[in-house]
Design a protein around this ligand. Structure first.
Ligand code: SAH
Length: 463
């Protein structure tokens, strides 16, 4: 099964940066159902083509499931199907999410792209293939294949070689393929459960709700399970129906967009890591870890010996796990990590015994009347040696060009504090529970309104 992606954007070899795969090498990955290889049949400044070759192992597919002969004799190893989607998500995960460290602007820029899938089953024929891709702006070239070239009278098969041409962001192309290839194939290989709805909505964000064939796409993607289809369609058509977890995720993205010009998130995480090391904190619990931004850095750094992430949102923890899985760390490195679902406003023994607790951009998500409960959970019961708390400085909001006046940075923020308000709170808490506290500013400082993020570093005093 072969997918190639070509560009004539110049320099075309920048495709290697976007895909995070160097054009000079062949990259191989083991997947649960076989092997994936990425290589570049051509790579020069005018034109670059990346190939994803997937070898599906038919024996692995049926192992342990009671074997029938038709499971061995099937088209699965040779045609594009949901296996290709899984491979795209694993092998090109960064490109799929639209991130690119070396060429961040390019990842957000539409470039001329051609995707070619060597063989794809189009249940519904060429017409359905066009109904799926043409509304998204692709020009579609499809070549049908005969059932058997030796017997042309037998007519056409359902198999096509397909070329899709469009000028768009690479992440959009990959998202379209991720969702629409299994839809064309209509033969999903794994159990369809609630997380499939999540995946469909995540990858379909920004285009599926406007697609004229969205009902058919949703039905087929979810293997015609009517309950799941209803859930997905309801969420696609009405944003207000988003469950709280998804709303949280969406709002976090909006917050990141407001703060992005400063790459504030990076400054913040760096400052936290520096403070942790300064305090020699090797066992760290990240309270309200969200999708694992800090955990990822800690996990990659062998200085940190025990790392625990806590969040109330199961969905965020799942995303964190998925993102950390992609680090592909050796097993012994994994043993340092633990993810637990928990609320920061309830006393919890699992929070005890750490060198440091980090609470990064979390307190402003708590209802003010619940803040005191959190103070006691952290400083009276868990009692880490150190605690690092960051929160926005509301005075700085006037400096964000894309944030309307008077608005907070995130829809779920219950409050944002001035420098004075944060420091008053932190000093009171430190005095009450026997800690000292120091403050640090994060981000570029403005003479009038200060810095974008404020950080308090608490240190437990000897009794
Ligand atoms: N620290 C992360 C996430 C910040 S967003 C980062 O910097 O990227 C705030 C996080 O706090 C969300 O993931 C939210 O689910 C979590 N949260 C909010 N209230 C919580 C509570 N009462 N208990 C545990 N987690 C909570």
């Amino acid at each position: 099964m072969l997918l190639t992606i070509s560009t004539t954007y110049q320099p075309a070899t920048d495709l290697g940066y976007l895909l995070h795969k160097h054009p000079d090498r062949c990259h191989s990955f083991s997947l649960s159902f076989g092997q994936a290889h990425v290589f570049y049949p051509e790579a020069n400044t005018q034109r670059c083509t990346a190939a994803l070759l997937l070898e599906v192992d038919p024996v692995k597919l049926v192992r342990g499931r009671g074997i029938k002969i038709e499971q061995y004799v099937s088209d699965r190893p040779y045609v594009a199907s949901s296996f290709l989607s899984v491979a795209i998500a694993q092998v090109f995960s960064t490109a799929l999410s639209g991130r690119c460290q070396d060429r961040p602007e390019l990842a957000q820029t539409p470039i001329p792209l051609v995707a070619r899938v060597s063989v794809i089953p189009c249940r519904g024929g060429e017409e359905f293939l066009r109904q799926l891709f043409e509304p998204l702006g692709y020009s579609v070239r499809a070549q049908g294949h005969l059932l058997d070239e030796n017997f042309p009278d037998w007519g056409h098969s359902q198999y096509y070689t397909v070329e899709l041409h469009h000028t768009l962001r690479l992440s959009d192309l990959l998202s379209h393929l991720y969702v629409l290839i299994p839809v064309l194939d209509d033969d999903k290989h794994y159990w369809v459960g609630d997380e499939e709805v999540e995946k469909l909505l995540r990858r379909g964000e920004g285009w599926l709700n406007k697609h004229p064939a969205r009902e058919q796409i949703t039905k087929r993607y979810l293997k015609r399970q009517s309950r799941l289809t209803r859930v997905a369609l309801a969420q696609l058509t009405e944003e207000d129906n988003l469950d709280p977890d998804r709303a949280q995720e969406k709002h976090a993205q909006e917050e990141a967009a407001v703060e992005k010009p400063l790459s504030l998130n990076q400054h913040r995480l760096n400052a936290v890591v520096v403070a942790l090391k300064h305090r020699a904190a090797k066992r760290v619990i990240d309270l309200g870890c969200g999708q694992g931004n800090l955990l990822k850095i800690l996990l990659k750094d062998s200085f940190f010996e025990q790392i625990t992430g806590v969040d109330v949102s199961y969905h965020s923890l799942e995303i964190a796990k998925e993102r950390l899985d992609r680090l592909r760390l050796p097993r012994n490195q994994w043993d340092r990590l633990q993810l637990i679902q928990g609320a920061l406003t309830y006393q919890d023994k699992r929070f005890n015994g750490y060198d440091a607790a980090t609470v990064i951009e979390v307190i402003e998500h708590l209802d003010l009347p619940r803040l005191e409960a959190f103070e006691r959970v952290l400083f009276e019961f868990a009692r880490p040696k150190n605690a690092i708390v960051t929160t926005p400085n509301i005075e700085y909001n006037v400096k964000f060009e894309n944030l309307p006046a008077g608005k907070l940075r995130h829809k779920d923020h219950r409050f944002e504090w001035t420098r004075q308000e944060f420091q008053t709170w932190a000093i009171r808490v430190a005095q009450r529970f026997g800690y000292s506290v120091e403050f640090q500013s994060i981000g570029e400082e403005d003479p009038e309104v200060g810095y974008p993020t404020q950080m308090g570093m608490f240190y437990q005093l000897a009794i």
